[in-house]
Design a protein around this ligand. Structure first.
Ligand code: PHE
Length: 337
């Protein structure tokens, strides 16, 4: 891991590598406000670990890493400061010499990757006119939709979402696309976001502090992580929780509490893998769009396997998903020895 104050921006930039057991580390570049830069550092560490699990469980030959640009309180993020910070993080990424590749994440998009590329070539998801495959939010949302349907099949006996109430907490680049998918599938969609200007998105609205507690068939955490806490679990009013937010649980033990209450939770690192799957298979492995999308859709089968395994073995989806990760890492170790 490397942390420094960007020489151009003065902002703290972090690149954290958690594992390279399966290949070079890959994970997005998060640009977010934090109360303290050390919160950004802690976030990068947790998020890089989640990327190891995500890439391993999805069968990708990549390890886990993440970058964070921490915007501190009182700092106004002007366009020129943003550009400087992206050049700074690119320079830090370049210093890893190809053992870590970045891409977009919360707070960044394909156009930002064009700026990052001025400092390093180790960056995915450039816009198509710059030679990349563009936004990873589109395949991430497609994978979440597959996970939602697989979860519905497990919990309700049918993947059909017609007439189901789906609450989406967080109408960012992924959440908004998930809303569109489930609405097209005939669900009643209720949304929330900390940005109240998104109220007129055309969907029913619930205030963000109430979103996860809203009675529903399915709750979709699509904002930042750390939302499923021991305090929240007893107040959940939905039998199925599945969404793209990374690191949804405040601690692993929350998975046991969810299971004890009969709430089915799809591990985030399984449900959110679509962006990584699509981007890495297309940009590195050279798969065409249809083949890469088929691999994204296959997230549904992984979700079914994890949920059925938890039910049949009397464990939790988290334990089953972790087993998948461990098996992948162990097979690599066996291969190496
Ligand atoms: N940042 C996204 C994620 O957390 C997508 C992404 C993955 C982007 C890997 C680049 C590389 O999965």
């Amino acid at each position: 891991m490397k942390v420094r104050r960007g020489p151009r921006s003065g902002l703290p930039v972090v690149v954290a590598i958690h594992s390279r057991a399966l290949g070079p580390a890959a994970g997005g570049i998060r640009l977010r406000r934090y109360p303290d830069w050390r919160d950004g550092l802690a976030d990068a560490l947790r998020l890089s670990e989640a990327m190891t699990a995500k890439n391993a469980a999805a069968g990708l030959d990549f390890g886990g890493g993440k970058s964070v640009i921490a915007v501190e309180p009182g700092v106004e993020l002007t366009p020129s400061l943003r550009e400087a910070a992206l050049l700074d993080v690119g320079e830090l990424i370049e210093s890893f010499g190809g053992t870590y590749f970045g891409g977009p994440d919360v707070g960044t998009g394909p156009d930002d990757m064009v700026v990052v590329r001025r400092s390093t070539s180790r960056v995915f998801c450039l816009p198509p006119e710059h030679g990349g495959t563009g936004s990873s939010s589109i395949p991430t949302a497609l994978g979440v939709f597959a996970a939602v349907r697989a979860g519905a099949r497990h919990v309700f006996g049918s993947p059909d979402l017609a007439g189901r109430t789906v609450v989406i907490s967080g109408l960012g680049s992924v959440g908004a696309l998930v809303a569109r998918h489930v609405a097209s599938a005939g669900a009643r969609v209720v949304v929330s976001d900390v940005d109240s200007s998104k109220r007129d998105s055309g969907y029913e609205w619930v205030d963000p502090e109430k979103a996860l507690r809203t009675p529903a068939d399915i709750v979709v955490p699509a904002a930042v992580g750390g939302v499923l806490s021991p305090e929240l679990v007893p107040e959940l009013a939905a039998p199925l929780v599945v969404g793209p937010a990374n690191n949804q649980l405040t601690a692993d033990a929350v998975a046991d509490e969810l299971a004890a209450r009969g709430i089915v939770w799809v591990p985030d690192f399984i449900a959110s893998a679509g962006g990584a799957v699509y981007t890495l298979l297309r940009e590195v492995e050279g798969l065409d769009e249809a083949a890469a999308n088929a691999r994204v859709e296959a997230i549904g089968a992984t979700v079914s396997a994890v949920l059925d395994g938890a039910r049949d073995n009397g464990t939790t989806p988290l334990r089953e998903a972790r087993r998948l990760v461990e098996a992948r890492l162990a097979s690599q170790r066996a291969f190496e020895s």
